[in-house]
Design a binder for this molecule. Structure first.
Ligand code: PPS
Length: 287
Protein backbone atom coordinates (compact mmCIF):
# COMPACT_ATOMS: atom_id res chain seq x y z
CA UNK A 1 0.00 0.00 0.00
CA UNK A 2 1.53 3.35 -0.98
CA UNK A 3 -0.51 6.59 -0.68
CA UNK A 4 2.17 8.03 1.56
CA UNK A 5 1.25 11.64 0.82
CA UNK A 6 -2.50 11.18 0.93
CA UNK A 7 -4.70 11.75 3.96
CA UNK A 8 -8.08 10.11 4.33
CA UNK A 9 -10.53 12.53 5.80
CA UNK A 10 -13.11 10.67 7.84
CA UNK A 11 -15.61 12.17 10.23
CA UNK A 12 -13.74 15.48 10.04
CA UNK A 13 -10.38 13.95 11.01
CA UNK A 14 -7.33 13.29 8.83
CA UNK A 15 -5.85 9.78 8.93
CA UNK A 16 -2.78 8.54 7.00
CA UNK A 17 -4.04 7.27 3.62
CA UNK A 18 -1.20 4.79 3.69
CA UNK A 19 -3.02 2.69 6.29
CA UNK A 20 -6.63 3.88 6.29
CA UNK A 21 -9.22 3.58 3.54
CA UNK A 22 -12.90 4.37 3.39
CA UNK A 23 -13.54 0.64 3.40
CA UNK A 24 -11.33 0.01 6.45
CA UNK A 25 -13.11 2.78 8.35
CA UNK A 26 -16.48 1.24 7.54
CA UNK A 27 -15.14 -2.14 8.64
CA UNK A 28 -14.15 -0.61 12.01
CA UNK A 29 -17.45 1.17 12.39
CA UNK A 30 -19.44 -2.01 11.75
CA UNK A 31 -17.06 -4.36 13.55
CA UNK A 32 -18.61 -7.24 15.52
CA UNK A 33 -16.72 -7.27 18.79
CA UNK A 34 -16.71 -10.48 20.78
CA UNK A 35 -17.07 -10.51 24.56
CA UNK A 36 -13.63 -12.12 24.72
CA UNK A 37 -11.95 -9.27 22.81
CA UNK A 38 -9.48 -6.93 24.46
CA UNK A 39 -9.41 -3.49 22.88
CA UNK A 40 -6.45 -1.15 23.44
CA UNK A 41 -7.50 2.45 22.90
CA UNK A 42 -4.93 5.23 22.61
CA UNK A 43 -4.27 8.58 21.09
CA UNK A 44 -1.00 8.05 19.14
CA UNK A 45 2.28 8.08 21.09
CA UNK A 46 0.61 7.32 24.43
CA UNK A 47 2.00 3.85 25.09
CA UNK A 48 0.18 1.77 22.45
CA UNK A 49 3.13 -0.46 21.56
CA UNK A 50 4.03 -0.96 25.19
CA UNK A 51 0.49 -2.09 26.01
CA UNK A 52 0.42 -4.35 22.92
CA UNK A 53 3.54 -6.07 24.21
CA UNK A 54 2.35 -6.37 27.83
CA UNK A 55 -1.01 -7.84 26.80
CA UNK A 56 0.62 -10.25 24.35
CA UNK A 57 2.74 -11.55 27.21
CA UNK A 58 -0.13 -11.73 29.71
CA UNK A 59 -2.31 -13.63 27.24
CA UNK A 60 0.52 -16.06 26.42
CA UNK A 61 1.14 -16.66 30.15
CA UNK A 62 4.62 -15.20 29.80
CA UNK A 63 5.61 -17.26 26.76
CA UNK A 64 7.82 -14.85 24.80
CA UNK A 65 7.59 -16.74 21.49
CA UNK A 66 4.67 -14.78 19.94
CA UNK A 67 6.23 -11.44 20.92
CA UNK A 68 9.55 -12.49 19.41
CA UNK A 69 8.26 -13.94 16.16
CA UNK A 70 5.13 -11.99 15.12
CA UNK A 71 5.15 -8.24 14.40
CA UNK A 72 2.91 -6.24 16.71
CA UNK A 73 0.68 -5.01 13.85
CA UNK A 74 -0.24 -8.62 13.08
CA UNK A 75 -0.71 -10.00 16.60
CA UNK A 76 -2.49 -6.85 17.93
CA UNK A 77 -3.83 -5.16 14.75
CA UNK A 78 -5.39 -1.72 14.51
CA UNK A 79 -9.03 -2.26 13.69
CA UNK A 80 -9.03 0.77 11.34
CA UNK A 81 -6.05 -0.34 9.23
CA UNK A 82 -6.83 -1.77 5.81
CA UNK A 83 -5.19 -5.17 6.51
CA UNK A 84 -7.08 -5.87 9.75
CA UNK A 85 -10.00 -7.63 8.10
CA UNK A 86 -7.68 -10.26 6.58
CA UNK A 87 -5.89 -10.84 9.87
CA UNK A 88 -9.01 -11.24 11.96
CA UNK A 89 -11.17 -13.19 9.58
CA UNK A 90 -10.18 -16.59 10.97
CA UNK A 91 -9.38 -15.48 14.49
CA UNK A 92 -12.37 -15.85 16.73
CA UNK A 93 -10.95 -15.68 20.23
CA UNK A 94 -7.97 -14.41 22.24
CA UNK A 95 -8.06 -11.28 20.14
CA UNK A 96 -6.10 -8.22 21.20
CA UNK A 97 -7.22 -5.35 18.98
CA UNK A 98 -5.83 -1.83 18.90
CA UNK A 99 -7.37 1.48 17.90
CA UNK A 100 -6.51 5.17 17.73
CA UNK A 101 -10.06 6.03 16.67
CA UNK A 102 -12.15 8.60 18.51
CA UNK A 103 -15.03 7.29 20.58
CA UNK A 104 -17.86 8.29 18.27
CA UNK A 105 -16.60 6.13 15.38
CA UNK A 106 -16.50 2.91 17.43
CA UNK A 107 -19.28 3.53 19.94
CA UNK A 108 -22.09 1.82 18.06
CA UNK A 109 -20.27 -1.46 17.46
CA UNK A 110 -18.58 -1.53 20.86
CA UNK A 111 -21.86 -1.08 22.71
CA UNK A 112 -23.12 -4.34 21.28
CA UNK A 113 -20.54 -6.38 23.17
CA UNK A 114 -18.93 -6.76 26.55
CA UNK A 115 -15.37 -6.54 25.21
CA UNK A 116 -12.71 -5.34 27.63
CA UNK A 117 -11.52 -1.82 26.84
CA UNK A 118 -8.12 -0.59 28.05
CA UNK A 119 -7.56 3.14 27.56
CA UNK A 120 -3.90 4.16 27.84
CA UNK A 121 -3.22 7.87 28.29
CA UNK A 122 0.04 9.80 28.50
CA UNK A 123 0.67 13.33 29.65
CA UNK A 124 0.06 15.38 26.52
CA UNK A 125 3.29 17.36 26.72
CA UNK A 126 5.25 14.15 26.22
CA UNK A 127 2.71 13.00 23.61
CA UNK A 128 3.28 16.08 21.48
CA UNK A 129 7.07 15.71 21.71
CA UNK A 130 6.96 12.03 20.77
CA UNK A 131 4.46 12.74 17.96
CA UNK A 132 6.66 15.55 16.63
CA UNK A 133 9.69 13.26 16.36
CA UNK A 134 7.56 10.51 14.84
CA UNK A 135 6.38 12.93 12.13
CA UNK A 136 9.99 13.39 11.08
CA UNK A 137 10.55 9.69 10.44
CA UNK A 138 7.08 8.48 9.34
CA UNK A 139 6.73 9.28 5.67
CA UNK A 140 2.95 8.74 5.87
CA UNK A 141 2.64 11.82 8.11
CA UNK A 142 3.10 15.44 6.98
CA UNK A 143 6.39 17.26 7.61
CA UNK A 144 5.95 18.75 11.09
CA UNK A 145 7.81 22.05 10.58
CA UNK A 146 9.36 23.51 13.73
CA UNK A 147 8.40 22.18 17.15
CA UNK A 148 6.55 25.45 17.84
CA UNK A 149 4.52 25.12 14.63
CA UNK A 150 3.66 21.51 15.37
CA UNK A 151 2.69 22.34 18.96
CA UNK A 152 0.22 24.95 17.75
CA UNK A 153 -1.40 22.49 15.35
CA UNK A 154 -1.60 19.90 18.13
CA UNK A 155 -3.30 22.33 20.51
CA UNK A 156 -5.81 23.25 17.80
CA UNK A 157 -6.50 19.56 17.09
CA UNK A 158 -5.36 20.04 13.50
CA UNK A 159 -2.89 17.17 13.40
CA UNK A 160 -3.59 13.71 11.92
CA UNK A 161 -5.80 11.60 14.25
CA UNK A 162 -7.52 14.77 15.50
CA UNK A 163 -7.58 16.46 18.87
CA UNK A 164 -5.90 14.81 21.85
CA UNK A 165 -8.35 16.67 24.10
CA UNK A 166 -11.46 15.42 22.30
CA UNK A 167 -10.08 11.88 22.15
CA UNK A 168 -9.54 11.50 25.88
CA UNK A 169 -12.62 13.47 26.92
CA UNK A 170 -14.98 11.52 24.68
CA UNK A 171 -13.64 8.11 25.64
CA UNK A 172 -13.51 8.82 29.37
CA UNK A 173 -16.93 10.40 29.56
CA UNK A 174 -18.39 7.08 28.31
CA UNK A 175 -16.25 4.79 30.45
CA UNK A 176 -19.17 3.69 32.64
CA UNK A 177 -20.91 2.17 29.63
CA UNK A 178 -18.12 -0.36 29.07
CA UNK A 179 -15.94 -2.92 30.73
CA UNK A 180 -13.26 -0.25 30.96
CA UNK A 181 -9.81 0.21 32.47
CA UNK A 182 -7.99 3.53 32.47
CA UNK A 183 -4.23 3.37 32.88
CA UNK A 184 -1.44 5.81 32.12
CA UNK A 185 1.97 5.57 30.50
CA UNK A 186 3.38 7.20 33.62
CA UNK A 187 1.87 4.48 35.85
CA UNK A 188 3.54 1.83 33.69
CA UNK A 189 6.81 3.72 33.91
CA UNK A 190 6.60 4.24 37.66
CA UNK A 191 5.74 0.69 38.62
CA UNK A 192 5.46 -1.80 35.76
CA UNK A 193 4.99 -4.77 38.09
CA UNK A 194 1.94 -3.27 39.84
CA UNK A 195 0.60 -2.19 36.46
CA UNK A 196 0.88 -5.74 35.09
CA UNK A 197 -0.91 -7.02 38.20
CA UNK A 198 -3.64 -4.42 37.76
CA UNK A 199 -4.08 -5.49 34.13
CA UNK A 200 -4.22 -9.17 35.12
CA UNK A 201 -6.92 -8.41 37.66
CA UNK A 202 -8.98 -6.50 35.11
CA UNK A 203 -8.57 -9.30 32.58
CA UNK A 204 -9.31 -11.96 35.22
CA UNK A 205 -6.13 -13.66 34.10
CA UNK A 206 -4.07 -14.75 37.08
CA UNK A 207 -0.34 -15.35 36.68
CA UNK A 208 2.33 -16.76 38.95
CA UNK A 209 4.77 -14.17 40.39
CA UNK A 210 7.69 -15.45 38.31
CA UNK A 211 5.63 -15.07 35.12
CA UNK A 212 4.92 -11.47 36.11
CA UNK A 213 8.68 -11.04 36.60
CA UNK A 214 9.30 -12.32 33.06
CA UNK A 215 6.75 -9.89 31.64
CA UNK A 216 8.25 -6.94 33.51
CA UNK A 217 11.70 -7.87 32.24
CA UNK A 218 10.56 -8.47 28.65
CA UNK A 219 8.62 -5.18 28.51
CA UNK A 220 11.37 -2.88 29.75
CA UNK A 221 12.34 -0.12 27.33
CA UNK A 222 15.83 -1.59 26.98
CA UNK A 223 14.52 -4.98 25.90
CA UNK A 224 11.71 -3.71 23.73
CA UNK A 225 13.92 -1.34 21.78
CA UNK A 226 15.94 -4.34 20.57
CA UNK A 227 12.94 -6.48 19.65
CA UNK A 228 12.50 -6.24 15.86
CA UNK A 229 8.90 -7.41 16.17
CA UNK A 230 8.00 -4.24 18.03
CA UNK A 231 10.61 -1.55 17.25
CA UNK A 232 9.44 -1.00 13.64
CA UNK A 233 12.88 -1.59 12.11
CA UNK A 234 11.12 -4.20 9.90
CA UNK A 235 9.30 -1.33 8.17
CA UNK A 236 11.19 -0.33 5.00
CA UNK A 237 12.96 3.04 4.77
CA UNK A 238 10.52 4.25 2.10
CA UNK A 239 7.80 4.20 4.77
CA UNK A 240 9.78 5.05 7.91
CA UNK A 241 13.07 6.85 7.50
CA UNK A 242 15.21 5.16 10.12
CA UNK A 243 17.97 7.70 9.52
CA UNK A 244 15.67 10.45 10.80
CA UNK A 245 14.85 8.85 14.14
CA UNK A 246 13.92 5.77 16.10
CA UNK A 247 10.41 4.60 16.93
CA UNK A 248 11.65 3.51 20.36
CA UNK A 249 13.12 6.95 20.92
CA UNK A 250 13.65 7.78 24.62
CA UNK A 251 10.80 6.17 26.56
CA UNK A 252 10.87 8.81 29.30
CA UNK A 253 8.44 10.80 31.37
CA UNK A 254 9.18 14.53 31.21
CA UNK A 255 11.14 14.73 27.96
CA UNK A 256 8.93 17.75 27.17
CA UNK A 257 11.26 19.79 29.37
CA UNK A 258 13.95 19.41 26.70
CA UNK A 259 11.63 20.84 24.03
CA UNK A 260 9.27 23.47 25.47
CA UNK A 261 10.28 27.09 25.98
CA UNK A 262 8.85 28.78 29.08
CA UNK A 263 6.39 30.65 26.87
CA UNK A 264 5.23 27.44 25.14
CA UNK A 265 4.81 25.77 28.53
CA UNK A 266 2.60 28.58 29.84
CA UNK A 267 0.52 28.60 26.68
CA UNK A 268 0.11 24.82 26.85
CA UNK A 269 -0.96 24.95 30.50
CA UNK A 270 -3.54 27.62 29.75
CA UNK A 271 -5.09 25.61 26.90
CA UNK A 272 -4.92 22.41 28.97
CA UNK A 273 -6.71 23.99 31.93
CA UNK A 274 -9.44 25.43 29.73
CA UNK A 275 -10.08 22.26 27.77
CA UNK A 276 -9.71 19.76 30.62
CA UNK A 277 -11.64 21.82 33.21
CA UNK A 278 -14.43 19.32 33.66
CA UNK A 279 -12.16 16.24 33.71
CA UNK A 280 -10.97 14.72 36.95
CA UNK A 281 -7.60 13.40 35.80
CA UNK A 282 -4.23 14.03 37.41
CA UNK A 283 -1.32 13.54 35.04
CA UNK A 284 2.24 12.88 36.10
CA UNK A 285 4.36 15.43 34.20
CA UNK A 286 7.77 14.24 35.37
CA UNK A 287 9.27 11.35 37.30
S1 PPS B 1 2.13 4.69 18.18
O1 PPS B 1 2.83 5.19 16.94
O2 PPS B 1 0.92 5.46 18.46
O3 PPS B 1 1.87 3.26 18.13
O4 PPS B 1 3.17 5.01 19.35
P1 PPS B 1 3.05 4.52 20.87
O5 PPS B 1 3.49 3.12 20.96
O6 PPS B 1 1.71 4.87 21.41
O7 PPS B 1 4.10 5.46 21.58
C1 PPS B 1 5.48 5.41 21.31
C2 PPS B 1 6.17 5.95 22.54
O8 PPS B 1 6.14 4.96 23.58
C3 PPS B 1 7.48 4.70 23.98
N1 PPS B 1 7.61 3.32 24.46
C4 PPS B 1 8.06 3.01 25.70
N2 PPS B 1 8.41 3.80 26.73
C5 PPS B 1 8.86 3.18 27.86
N3 PPS B 1 8.98 1.84 27.99
C6 PPS B 1 8.62 1.01 26.98
N4 PPS B 1 8.76 -0.30 27.13
C7 PPS B 1 8.14 1.59 25.76
N5 PPS B 1 7.71 1.11 24.58
C8 PPS B 1 7.40 2.17 23.80
C9 PPS B 1 8.31 5.00 22.73
O9 PPS B 1 9.66 5.14 23.02
C10 PPS B 1 7.63 6.30 22.28
O10 PPS B 1 7.90 7.39 23.17
P2 PPS B 1 9.09 8.43 22.96
O11 PPS B 1 8.83 9.51 23.98
O12 PPS B 1 9.01 8.94 21.57
O13 PPS B 1 10.36 7.68 23.24
Amino acid sequence: MANLNIALQYSGINFPGHLHTLQSMHYAEEFKFHDTDILIVTYPKSGTTWMQEILTLICSDGNQAPAKTIPNWIRTPWIEHYYCEDILQDKLDNRIITTHLPFHILSKSLKQSNAKVIYVARNPMDVVVSFYHFHKMAKFLPEPGTFGEFLEKFLLGKVHFGSWFEHIKDWLSHREEFNFLFITYEELKKDLRSSVEKLCKFLEHSLLPDVVDTIVWHCSFTNMKDNQMINYTLVPNEIMDHQRGKFMRKGKVGDWKEHFTEEQKQHFEKVFQEKMREMDIRFIWSL
